[in-house]
Write a protein that binds this ligand. Sequence first.
Ligand code: FRU
Length: 536
Amino acid sequence: DYRFQPYRTGYHFQPPWHWINDPNGPMIYKGIYHLFYQYNPKGAVWGNIVWAHSTSRDLINWFPHPPAIFPSQKSDVNGCWSGSATILPGEKPVILYTGIDPDKKQVQNIAYPKDLSDPYLKEWVKSDKNPLMAPDNVNNINASSFRDPTTAWQGPDNIWRVAIGSKINDLGFAILYKSKDFLNWVKAKRPLHAARHTGMWECVDFYPVAPNSHCGLDTSTLGPNVKHVLKISLDDTKHDYYTIGSYNYTTDKYTPDKGLIDGDAGLKYDYGKFYASKTFFDSAKSRRILWGWINESQSVADDIKKGWAGVQAIPRNIYLDGSGKQLVQWPVSELEQLRSSPPINVFDKRLEAGELHEVTGVTAAQADVEITFEITDISKAEEYRPRWTHAQWLCNTKNASVRGGLGPFGLRVLASSDSQEYTSVFFRVFKKADNKPVVLMCSDQSRSSLNEDNDKTTYGAFVDVDPIKDKLSLRSLIDHSIVESFGGSGRACITARVYPITAIEDKARLYAFNNATEAVTISTLSAWSMKKAQIS
Ligand code: FRU
């Protein structure tokens, strides 16, 4: 029965029904936030792709508009795929997007707002010069691997640049195009960056970040202290990877910092389900905001049954960590308006070995929970083996039921009262030979549902914090079928989709747990029931 909808979200963005994927062209214009996204107006599976459109004043409550960009030209008859917005001088937004042409070739098109005095930018017109960039016989571009233009940036030479994802065999790269007028684009001789064994780069994102600051930078900002981030979405693994590095605009080359790796051995934005993400500079609040698509863990048959598939993650503030070695992400503060006040609080509680502490008084299926743990003694931690470099593997091997010295401890969410179904988001602290701690964060979905058709992959990440010096923090945004978790104040993020059969709506429970052999102290726990956002 499609009216039985216990898995629809209360505050994560989703349209009333049908399939969605990548966030597209996010921007702020005249104080209004715009979100476009890949949408199938006809069903719960991928296909018939248009740019659906919603606007907001706070990134949390949304108002839907008719699709903004849909097939209407030769250069996009077979689909309007992902792309980005650029705000041209004089507050003039434009969109570059990938169109699928009559020969199923991927080409890049431009669209302009019809009426700049409409802050909702409801109508878009396409240039009759489209496509602006196309694979041809001489430019050596693979016509089925040429998509997803970035937000463009302008150099001090006034020339615009845009990057487009591509590949040749397993060599992934970002093709660079340049233009003086944003209409006539010329392919640069060399790509912005390339990396072997990465395959197709989808939804490339390229932007500057400021050291030692939570502030965002406009995409065209350059400067001696400015670092750049290159994010690639790898089709082969369906994860978003990034490096931090330097961009030289005279050679138009991007070089990752020493020790940072492109692709699967490198850093991920989110170690769970989070893909095809895109950032934009929020000029109203001087911050950079990250949008990402949370893909499904249900079977296609179940997606069709429930009539929808895919949601967008809560927009995240994204900035460079003080170490300069990684990014930090945190849900935008506007989300906190949905917290019912006051929260349920726990202070200074000792969680005994094996203890399960129920947090009552919150709507456990729609909640925001923050917990911090205090660790004073590393001596009881398990010894860390140098070959345990793969966090996800380690979380699989040492799942929530495997007892260690310090951990697993954390949150048990979307749990049934009889412990038949639950998702465990937890830490495990190890010690190295020199007694230095290693913190592992896991999201264990293996017991999340009695439905055997779901993808219940367990995810893991190392968290770069010292739990002896700093408190170890975890925040989980629980939203019916979503568990979006931030460890170490946003240094490691893991998002999961879970579909419990019994632990739904008011039958869902929330616990703090400690399955270690040693006690651990909860210094603070705050749990809020979350109000419903106005979305569709
Ligand atoms: C990423 C992606 C993009 C493409 C779009 C099509 O999920 O495959 O590369 O433009 O989705 O919907």
